[in-house]
Design a protein around this ligand. Structure first.
Ligand SMILES: Cc1cc2nc3c(=O)[nH]c(=O)nc-3n(C[C@H](O)[C@H](O)[C@H](O)COP(=O)(O)O)c2cc1C
Length: 344
C-alpha cells in the first residue's frame, strides 16, 4: 500500500467508466471492502467513504487517502463547501492517484449540516458551483457531484433544475442522483435513506432535459434487471447497500455490463485471492475484525453461508486472530465444482 503519492501513481485521466458504480458509504466502503470488490469486478467504479476537507487538510492526510492501486478505478468523495479547501483537496486526490473527485451533496446528518457539508448544500447551488469551479481549475481529474433530488423546502422540479444548471455551468459534467429528497428536519440519516419516496422518473427527466450531462441513478436498486431498466434512461447506475450486503453480486457486473469475464470464478477463489492482502494488513497491525466484517455477506444465501458468517463474527475479534479464522470459516462452505454464476 503506498502511503505517499508517487509520480507513477499520477495517471492521465480521461474519466473512469461509470456504467456501474458502488456508492460511497461511511465505515463500509473502506479500502478493505474495495479490495474484495475488485476481486469480483474490474470495471465497477468504486468510491471511498466521504472524507471532509477539514480532516484531509488538518488531519493525517496519508492515512485518509491510503488505498491500494489494485482498487482502481477509484473515486475520492469529499465533504466540504469552502472553494479553496475543496481545490486543495482535489489536488491531493490527483497526487494520490485517484481517478475522480466527487463532492457529497447528499448526506443529511446534523453533524455535517452544521459545517455546510452534504445535502444542506442543495439549498446553496451558487456555493456548490463555486466549489466545483475551484476544483476543476485546480486539477485534471473529473469532478463529479452526488446529490439528492431536493431537500425539505427546496423540493420542486424547478429547484432541482436550477441546482443542476448552476453546477453544470461551473463545469461539472457528471451528476450522481439519489432519487429521493433528504428531509433535514426530523429524520435520521438512516431514515433519510428509506422514508422519502423514490422518484426515479425525476432522474430520467434530468437526463432527457440535459442529454449532454452524464446522469447516474442511485437509490434502492437491487437487481440487474432493475439496472438494465435504469440504463435505458440514464448513463449509469450506483448501488450502495445491496453491493455491500451481497458483494457476490459484483461478480456479475463485468459479464452483464462490460462484456468481459469476471475476475473470479467463485466466492472461494475471490476470498483466497485477498488472503495475502489481509496478511500484509495484519502484519502492519490492522485487526482482523476490521477487515473480516466486510466479508460477512460474501456467502449470502449459500449453503453454509450462515456458519461462515457466525464463525467469523464469533472469532475474528479475539486477541491474535489471524488468517486461520478466515480459512476455518471458508471450510464451512462447500466449494462449487463448476464456476458460479453471479445472480442478481
Ligand atoms: C452505511 C452508509 C453510509 C453512507 N455514507 C455515505 C457517504 O459517505 N457519502 C455519500 O454520498 N452517501 C453515503 N451513503 C448513501 C449511499 O451512498 C447511497 O446514496 C444510499 O445508500 C442509497 O443507495 P442504496 O439504496 O443503493 O443503498 C451511505 C449509506 C449507508 C448505508
Amino acid at each position: 500500500m503506498p502511503t505517499t503519492p508517487t509520480l507513477d501513481a499520477i495517471r492521465t485521466k480521461s474519466g473512469p467508466p461509470r456504467r456501474f458504480c458502488v456508492a460511497p458509504m461511511m465505515d463500509w466502503t473502506t479500502s478493505h471492502y474495495r479490495y474484495l470488490a475488485r476481486q469480483l469486478s474490474r470495471n465497477t467504479l468504486l468510491y471511498t467513504e466521504m472524507v471532509t476537507t477539514g480532516a484531509l487538510i488538518h488531519g493525517d492526510t496519508a492515512r485518509f487517502l491510503r488505498h491500494d492501486e489494485a482498487e482502481y478505478p477509484l473515486a475520492l468523495q469529499l465533504g466540504g463547501s469552502d472553494a479553496g479547501e475543496l481545490a486543495h483537496c482535489a489536488q491531493l486526490a490527483q497526487q494520490y492517484g485517484f481517478d475522480e473527485v466527487n463532492l457529497n451533496v447528499g448526506c443529511p446528518s446534523d453533524r455535517v449540516q452544521n459545517n455546510m457539508i452534504g445535502a444542506c448544500l442543495m439549498g446553496h447551488p451558487d456555493k456548490v458551483a463555486d466549489g466545483v469551479r475551484a476544483m476543476i481549475e485546480a486539477t485534471d481529474l473529473p469532478v463529479t457531484v452526488k446529490h439528492r433530488i431536493g431537500i425539505d423546502g427546496r423540493e420542486s422540479w424547478d429547484d432541482l433544475c436550477e441546482f443542476v444548471e448552476k453546477v453544470a455551468e461551473a463545469g461539472c459534467r457528471t451528476f450522481i442522483v439519489h432519487a429521493r429528497i433528504a428531509i433535514l428536519e426530523g429524520l435520521s440519516p438512516k431514515e433519510n435513506r428509506d422514508i422519502p419516496p423514490l422518484k426515479y422518473d425525476w432522474v430520467y427527466r434530468l437526463k432527457a432535459r440535459y442529454p449532454h450531462l452524464e446522469i447516474i441513478i442511485n437509490g434502492g436498486i437491487k437487481t440487474f434487471d432493475e439496472c438494465h431498466e435504469h440504463l435505458r434512461h440514464t448513463d449509469g447506475v450506483m448501488l450502495g447497500r445491496e453491493a455491500y450486503h451481497n458483494p457476490w453480486l459484483l461478480a456479475g457486473v463485468d459479464p452483464a455490463f462490460f462484456g468481459q469475464a469476471a475476475p473470479s470464478e467463485s466466492r472461494h477463489q475471490a476470498l483466497r485471492a485477498i488472503l495475502p492482502f489481509i496478511q500484509s494488513e495484519l502484519d502492519r497491525g490492522v485487526f482482523l475484525t476490521h477487515m473480516s466484517r466486510h466479508l460477512l455477506g460474501l456467502f449470502h444465501g449459500q449453503p453454509g453461508g450462515r456458519q461462515f458468517r457466525r464463525y467469523i463474527s464469533e472469532n475474528a475479534h479475539k486477541a491474535g486472530a489471524g488468517l486461520e479464522v478466515i480459512e476455518t470459516a471458508l471450510a464451512k462452505v462447500r466449494e462449487p465444482e463448476a464456476p458460479e454464476i453471479a445472480e442478481a
